[in-house]
Design a protein around this ligand. Structure first.
Ligand code: F6P
Length: 489
């Protein structure tokens, strides 16, 4: 049975009838900003947000998130709420304001200098500062107050997103044990050896065990979590039920591989506007007459952007016939730029790109075109459609939705996906050309293989991948989580 928007809507109407449905995340779905046209909004570059948006649009409810846009305060009501999507409201966004210190300590500090590198095994050391931890606790408490307020004494389901809120489930349960709480951890869960350096490990695990249901992308991450708990916390870990019992309450630990709204993306990709835009991208003088590769990522050291550029350089060394015949477009916004490691990475990506382009340039041809900009969904899809290949070379990634979006965009059943074996998506998509981003020669060979792949093979692989993502779509992901939540009622 294929889950779709309508089915999920019907399911929620029954399962959540007369109850509050609340989603909590750090990143909000709409960021309001000032522009020449007045106050406008953008959707942030976030796999998490793009997965939750179609669910909220289909099912309604309240989404509580940090109001990070510069014009966010100008558009909310006296309760800090705004109906969204702004052009066709379907649910409520409740914005939470953070002070500069809170943003520094909670978001940049503990979440992104501590938990992010702790969870991604990319050989970048996490930093844990006591001040950041205090802010992390404080902000989790702040969000807890907002959840309790939005529940308003009514029964409800609370669905928390990600590593920014490890303490929130326990805080909510302490106040409202009757409410069903679930959380999805959108990034990998590290093995217990990696986790043991976290000085607040026990509090984090205890917080997460406030959940009735705790979801990860992969069974492997669930096992890592169970092992970590087994090693650290007084509890009963049940490897058959995949659950942990702690303080007399059971938390189920489950794998729910996240996905995308396949039908909507395919429909956008098939529209005449996107076809025209994609033709225009192919017609750009820097691209015209050449094979085109694309990569779309936030500039983040887990994404393997430098490894990707290095592999392109190696590819040209190995296959010099492709000089002036292949061009690679790297796009996506800069990210978390207040963090020194991100600033350094951003500079390093730029310098590697310059060096490679300088080494190979001929007249107006450069092998790499880089645009560090935020793209609308339509622009993203048009680039996917224009490309001959797409490279996802993360060094470690919970799932990676770029891979799935590329597949959904290829309504023409063409194009080759090169996919890192260190992404969750590679478990579902073995038809992609799998790469180890650190094995530069093998990576370069795979770029060559993609460019030389016969059309029948390309289509066969793409068709199989499309079939899978069509079935395993984001509505199925949400449906399975909500089914588990409903059982806890
Ligand atoms: O999926 C992981 C994640 O950290 C999301 O929580 C987040 O929205 C996204 O990546 C982008 O990161 P950020 O919100 O910090 O820009």
């Amino acid at each position: 049975m294929n889950w779709n928007k309508e089915m999920l809507k019907g399911f929620i109407e029954k399962a959540v009838a007369d109850q509050e449905f609340i989603v909590v995340s750090c990143r909000e779905p709409y960021l309001h900003q000032y522009s020449n046209e007045g106050i406008t909004y953008i959707n942030p570059a976030s796999g998490m947000a793009s997965a939750i948006m179609p669910i909220m649009t289909a099912c309604g409810g309240t989404w509580i998130a940090y109001g990070a846009g510069e014009a966010d305060r100008d558009v909310v009501d006296e309760h800090d709420r705004i109906a969204v999507p702004p052009d066709d409201p379907k649910y409520t966004l409740r914005r939470i304001w953070l002070s500069k210190e809170e943003e520094e300590g909670f978001y940049y500090g503990y979440a992104n200098e501590g938990l992010w590198p702790l969870s991604h095994i990319v050989y970048s050391r996490p930093t844990f500062r006591e001040g950041d931890w205090q802010m992390y606790r404080l902000v989790n408490e702040k969000f807890c107050r907002a959840v309790i307020e939005e529940l308003g004494g009514r029964p409800g389901f609370v669905f928390i997103q990600d590593y920014h809120f490890a303490l929130l489930p326990r805080l909510i349960k302490n106040e409202r044990p009757d409410v069903v709480v679930a959380q999805f951890w959108h990034i990998p869960w590290p093995n217990r050896e990696a986790f043991r350096v976290c000085p607040h490990g026990d509090e984090i695990l205890d917080g997460l065990l406030g959940n009735d249901v705790l979801g990860f992308h992969l069974r492997y991450h669930c096992l890592n979590f169970l092992e970590t708990v087994n090693q650290n916390i007084e509890s009963i870990v049940n490897y058959e039920r995949f659950s942990v019992t702690c303080h007399g309450r059971e938390s189920l630990v489950r794998a729910f591989p996240i996905s995308i709204d396949f039908d909507s993306l395919s429909a956008i990709a098939a529209s005449p506007e996107i076809e025209a835009r994609s033709a225009a991208i192919r017609g750009d003088f820097r691209v015209r007459g050449k094979s085109l590769g694309v990569g779309i990522d936030r500039v983040d050291y887990t994404k393997g952007i430098i490894e990707r550029f290095t592999a392109i350089d190696r590819f040209l060394e190995k296959f010099p016939d492709f000089c002036e015949k292949f061009v690679f477009m790297q796009m996506g916004p800069i990210s978390r730029i207040n963090i020194p490691k991100y600033r350094e990475y951003n500079d390093a990506v730029y310098h590697v790109m310059l060096e490679i382009n300088e080494k190979w340039r001929v007249k107006d041809w450069r092998p790499i075109i880089m645009q560090k900009v935020h793209l609308s969904l339509e622009e993203v899809v048009a680039h996917y459609r224009a490309a001959d290949l797409c490279i996802v070379s993360s060094i470690h990634d919970g799932m990676n939705l770029v891979a799935k979006e590329f597949v959904a965009s290829r309504v023409d059943e063409d194009g080759v996906l090169l996919l890192s074996q260190f992404t969750g998506a590679s478990r579902e998509l073995p038809e992609a050309l799998l790469i180890n981003p650190l094995a530069v020669d093998q990576f370069a060979e795979q770029i060559h293989r993609a460019l030389e792949m016969p059309v029948e093979e390309r289509r066969g692989r793409m068709r199989r991948m499309r079939g899978k993502i069509e079935r395993n779509n984001v509505f199925r992901w949400a449906g399975h989580i909500l089914e588990e939540m409903k059982k806890q009622r």
